[in-house]
Design a binder for this molecule. Structure first.
Ligand code: NBY
Length: 801
C-alpha cells in the first residue's frame, strides 16, 4: 500500500489545514479555526493505522465484535486523540508559535454527548479498550443531530435547551454517502409459499458516518459507525411548484426526525413510537451492514456465530433477535428454527438495571403497527421459549408477550447466547429477581462482567499531574496495564511519596477552584475537603440524602461555629430527565440549600455547596481528579454497578458509599480501612420494606427531623414555605429508596470522614492506596473478560502471521 503515513511535522500539517480545510490565514483564525485545523492534522495521522487495522482484519477474517448501543458518550475527541498518538508536546509547541494556547483550543471542542450517563460512557470506554487491545470491532449507534440537552438553572430550577454539537464542522467523521440501507416501517406481511414477505408502508434510509477510534499509540484503530436517517425521496417537486414549501420538504423532515435527538431519559421506559423507530432503525442498519460484510467472505450462513459476536447494550437493540431472524428467513431463505439457532449463537445481551420502571416493554398494538413482521417472529420466539420451559420442567414460565406488551428483557435473554450483569452483586440479583425464571430454564446463560473505565481518558488524560508522578515512579506501562499501579502500595507508607501524591491532588483542587471562580464567580478554598457527587439525578442515587445531610451539617456549624470543623466544599453535578419532576424538585432544593449555606456569614468557609450547571464528560474530567471524597450512596441493590465510583478511586479519592453495585468490589480491592461503608445491605433493604414507616425513622433522628421541619417551614425558600413541599410529601408518603432509614448511618459515616480528613497524613495514605489498588477497574480487564467468556475473540495485536 502507498505510504500515507503523514510523517511530516504536525506544525506544517496544522498550517496546511488552516489554509486548505478551514480557509483562514493565521492572523484571521479564531480559536475554533485553530481547533478545526489541529483536528484535521491529527486525524490525518490516524488514517494509516486505521487502514492497516482494517486490512489486517479483512486478511485474517477472524471473528469480529459488533457493539450495538443507542448511546456512545464520547465527550471531547481531540485531546484524547492527541494523547493516544503521543502528540501533546508537538501540538503545544506548534500552536504556541502562533501565540495560541493548546488548552484553549482543545477546550473549545463541544462534547459529543450522544448518551445519558453510565451506559453510554461505558460504551465509549469499551471502544477505547477494544482498540487498545487490538480486537477487531465496530461500534454501531445513532448519529444524533442533537445530543443530551444543555442544562442551566433559573432561580435554582433546571431549564433544558437543545444541544447542537454539529454546528461547526465535525472533523472526526468520514461521511459514507454510498453506504446506505433501507429501513422499513409499517405495512403488510404476505405469505408466498412458505416464505413471508414484508412490504413496509414507509421507508427511510440509514446512512453511515465513520469515526476512527485509535488505541494507545494507535497500534490498532477500530471504527465507530453511526447511522443518520435520510429520506428516500429528498423532495416533493409538485407541492413545491404549487408554492406549498412545507409540504415539499415534509418527506425530508419526517425521515430525519428519526436521528434528530437523543432521548434524555436514563431510567424510565418511555414507550414512544419514535423511540421504537430509533431502536429498529439503527439495529436493522447495523445488521444489514454486518451481514453484507460477512457474506462478502462466507457462503455458509451457519458460520455466522463463528465469525460474528454481537453485543446488545441493554435492551435498546433487542429487536436484533427478530430482525436477524427475519433477514435469515425472509431474505436468505432459512427455516425459522435454523435462523433462531444462528441468531442465538451470535447475540449477547448486557443488562444495566433491575429497576422495574426502566425495563423496556412495548405495547403489542404499537409493535404490530410499526413492525408487523417482527411481531409475528416475536410470537414464534415466545413459542420456542415455552418449549424450552417445558423441557426444563421448571414451574413458572416466563413469557415474552405478556399482558398486551412485549417484554424486551425476556426477548433479549431468549435470543442471546450469553447474558451478563455489570457487577458481582448486580449479576447475583439478576439471578435471584428479575431473571430468576429464565435463569432456571437457562442456568448457564448468565455471567458477570464487572464494568471498568479507560485509564487513557480517566487518568492519563484528565490527571496530568498524576500521570507524571506515575511515570516517574513506576514507568509508563500502567497506561495499558493498569494493575501495575499495585507497585504503589508500599509507597503508601513512604512519607515523601505521600507528599508528592497529595501535591498533585492540591494542584488539581486549585485547577478546580480557578474553574469555579471563572465559570460561577464563586470563591472556594482549596484547603477544604472536596466532597463530590456527580451523576444523573435520580431518587435511587439519593442526592436528596446528601442534600439533607448538608443542611444538617449547616445547622450543626451554626450552633457551634467555633468548634473544630473540617472545612468542606460539597459539589453536586448532574441532569434530571426533563419529564422526571421529582428529580427536578430535588435539584431545586439543592440549589436553595446551596444559596442559603453559601450566603451565611456564620458558616463561612466551613461549608460551601457548589452545583455547576450542565454536568458532562468534560466537567467530570475537571472534578474527578480534584476529589477528596467520592459519594456513592445509592440504595443498596439499585445501582447496577456505577463507573464514576471507579474513576474517583483511581484518582485517589476515598469513597463514602453503600454496599451497592461495584462499591462492593471497590471495598474488596482497596480494603475496608480505606473506604467508608455505611447503611443497609441489599438484603436488609428488602427485609425493611415490610411495614416501613418513614415518619418512624424521622422521629428517631433529631438531626434529620430538624432539617425536615426547616424545609417544611420555608427556611430554604423564604417567603414561599410551600416551595419544597412536593419533595417532603413524597418522602413521607413513599420513601421507596429509604433515605430516612439510612440517614443516621450516613450522618455518622460523614462525621468519621471529618475526623479522617483532619489527620492529613492518614488520609494521604488512604488516597494512595485507593489509586494503588484500583487498577483492576480498567475497562481493558473488562473487555478481556468479554473477549474470553462472551465473544470468543482474540487480539490481532502482534499477530503478524
Ligand atoms: O449503566 C447505568 C447504571 O445505572 C449504572 O449502575 C452502570 O454502571 C452503567 C453502566 O453499566 N445505566 C444507565 O446509564 N442507563 C441509561 O443511561 C439508560 C438510558 C436510556 C434508557 C434507559 C437507561 N432508556 O430506556 O431510554
Amino acid at each position: 500500500m502507498k505510504d500515507l503515513k503523514n510523517t511530516g511535522s504536525l506544525a506544517g500539517a496544522i498550517e496546511f489545514h488552516l489554509a486548505h480545510s478551514v480557509g483562514k490565514t493565521p492572523d484571521a483564525a479564531s480559536i475554533t479555526d485553530w481547533r478545526l485545523a489541529l483536528s484535521r492534522a491529527v486525524r490525518d495521522k490516524l488514517v494509516t493505522p486505521w487502514f492497516d487495522a482494517t486490512h489486517r482484519t479483512y486478511a485474517k477474517d477472524r471473528k469480529r465484535v459488533y457493539y450495538l448501543s443507542m448511546e456512545f458518550l464520547l465527550g471531547r475527541i481531540l485531546e484524547d486523540a492527541v494523547n493516544n498518538l503521543g502528540l501533546e508536546e508537538e501540538a503545544k509547541e506548534a500552536l504556541a508559535a502562533y501565540g495560541v494556547n493548546f488548552a484553549e483550543v482543545v477546550n473549545d471542542e463541544p462534547d459529543a454527548a450522544l448518551g445519558n450517563g453510565g451506559l453510554g460512557r461505558l460504551a465509549a470506554c469499551f471502544l477505547d479498550s477494544l482498540s487498545c487491545l487490538g480486537i477487531p470491532a465496530y461500534g454501531y449507534g445513532i448519529r444524533y443531530a442533537h445530543g443530551l440537552f444543555h442544562q442551566s438553572f433559573e432561580d435554582g430550577r433546571q431549564v433544558e435547551m437543545a444541544e447542537d454539537w454539529l454546528r461547526h464542522q465535525h472533523n472526526w467523521e468520514f461521511e459514507r454517502s454510498e453506504c446506505t440501507y433501507d429501513i422499513g416501517f409499517g405495512g403488510q406481511v404476505t405469505e408466498t409459499g412458505s416464505r413471508a414477505q414484508w412490504t413496509p408502508s414507509d421507508v427511510v434510509m440509514a446512512q453511515a458516518y465513520d469515526t476512527p477510534v485509535p488505541g494507545w499509540q494507535a497500534s490498532w484503530t477500530n471504527t465507530l459507525r453511526l447511522w443518520s436517517a435520510k429520506p428516500k425521496k429528498i423532495f416533493d417537486l409538485d407541492p413545491f411548484n404549487r408554492g406549498d414549501y412545507m409540504q415539499a420538504a415534509a418527506p425530508e423532515v419526517l425521515a430525519e426526525t428519526i436521528s434528530r435527538v437523543l432521548y434524555p431519559d436514563d431510567s424510565t421506559e418511555i414507550g414512544k413510537e419514535l423511540r421504537l423507530k430509533q431502536e429498529f432503525f439503527f439495529t436493522s442498519a447495523s445488521l444489514q451492514d454486518l451481514m453484507r460484510r460477512f457474506l462478502a467472505h462466507n457462503g455458509d450462513l451457519r458460520a455466522l456465530p463463528s465469525k460474528v459476536a454481537i453485543q446488545m447494550n441493554d435492551t435498546h437493540p433487542a429487536i436484533a433477535g427478530p430482525e436477524l431472524i427475519r433477514q435469515l428467513t425472509d431474505i436468505h431463505g432459512l427455516s425459522f428454527e435454523d435462523a433462531f439457532d444462528i441468531a442465538q449463537g451470535t447475540l449477547n445481551y448486557t443488562n444495566h438495571t433491575l429497576l422495574p420502571e426502566a425495563l423496556e416493554a412495548w405495547d403489542v398494538g404499537l409493535m404490530t403497527k410499526v413492525l408487523p413482521r417482527h411481531m409475528q417472529l416475536i410470537e414464534r420466539i415466545d413459542d420456542r421459549l415455552s418449549r424450552d420451559v417445558k423441557k426444563s420442567e421448571t414451574g413458572v414460565a416466563p413469557r415474552i408477550v405478556d399482558n398486551g406488551s412485549v417484554n424486551m428483557g425476556t426477548l433479549a435473554f431468549t435470543c442471546a447466547r450469553r447474558v451478563n450483569g455489570v457487577s458481582a452483586l448486580h449479576t447475583d440479583l439478576m439471578k435471584q429477581t428479575v431473571f430468576s425464571d429464565l435463569h432456571a430454564v437457562y442456568p448457564d446463560r448468565i455471567l458477570n462482567q464487572t464494568n471498568g473505565v479507560t485509564p487513557r481518558r480517566w487518568v492519563h488524560g484528565c490527571n496530568p499531574g498524576l500521570r507524571t508522578l506515575l511515570n516517574e515512579t513506576i514507568g509508563t506501562g500502567w497506561v495499558n496495564d493498569l494493575e501495575q499501579l499495585e507497585q504503589l502500595t508500599p509507597l503508601a507508607d513512604d512519607a515523601a511519596f505521600r507528599i508528592r501524591f497529595m501535591a498533585v491532588k492540591q494542584e488539581n483542587k486549585q485547577r478546580l477552584v480557578d474553574w469555579v471562580a471563572e465559570t460561577m464567580g464563586v470563591q472556594i478554598s482549596p484547603d477544604a475537603m472536596f466532597d463530590i457527587q456527580i451523576k444523573r439525578i435520580h431518587e435511587y442515587k439519593r442526592q436528596l440524602m446528601n442534600a439533607l445531610e448538608t443542611a444538617a451539617l449547616a445547622n450543626a456549624i451554626r450552633r457551634a461555629p467555633d468548634e473544630d470543623w473540617t472545612p468542606r466544599v460539597k459539589f453536586f453535578g448532574g441532569k434530571a430527565a426533563p419529564a422526571y419532576l421529582d428529580a427536578k424538585n430535588i435539584i431545586w432544593l439543592i440549589n436553595d440549600i446551596a444559596k442559603s449555606v453559601n450566603e451565611d456569614p456564620v458558616i463561612g468557609d466551613r461549608l460551601k455547596v457548589i452545583y455547576p450547571p450542565n454536568y458532562n464528560v468534560s466537567m467530570a474530567e475537571i472534578l474527578i481528579p480534584a476529589a477528596d471524597l467520592s459519594e456513592q450512596i445509592s440504595t443498596a441493590g439499585k445501582e447496577a454497578s456505577g463507573t464514576g465510583n471507579m474513576k474517583f478511586a483511581l484518582n485517589g479519592a476515598v469513597t463514602i458509599g453503600t454496599l451497592d453495585g461495584a462499591n462492593v468490589e471497590i471495598r474488596d480491592h482497596v480494603g475496608e480501612d480505606n473506604i467508608y461503608i455505611f447503611g443497609m445491605t441489599a438484603d436488609q433493604v428488602q427485609a425493611a420494606r415490610d411495614g416501613y414507616v418513614t415518619q418512624a425513622h424521622i422521629d428517631r433522628s433529631p438531626v434529620l427531623k430538624e432539617v425536615i421541619e426547616q424545609i417544611q417551614t420555608g427556611f430554604y425558600s423564604p417567603g414561599e414555605p410551600n416551595r419544597h413541599r412536593p419533595v417532603l410529601e413524597k418522602l413521607l408518603r413513599d420513601d421507596y429508596f429509604m433515605v430516612a432509614a439510612d440517614f443516621d448511618a450516613y450522618w455518622d459515616a460523614q462525621r468519621q470522614v471529618d475526623q479522617g480528613f483532619a489527620d492529613r497524613d492518614a488520609w494521604a495514605r488512604m488516597a494512595v492506596l485507593n489509586t494503588a489498588r484500583s487498577g483492576w477497574f480498567s475497562s481493558d480487564r473488562t473487555i478481556k473478560g468479554y473477549a474470553r467468556d462472551v465473544w470468543g475473540v482474540e487480539s490481532l495485536l502482534g499477530d503478524t502471521t
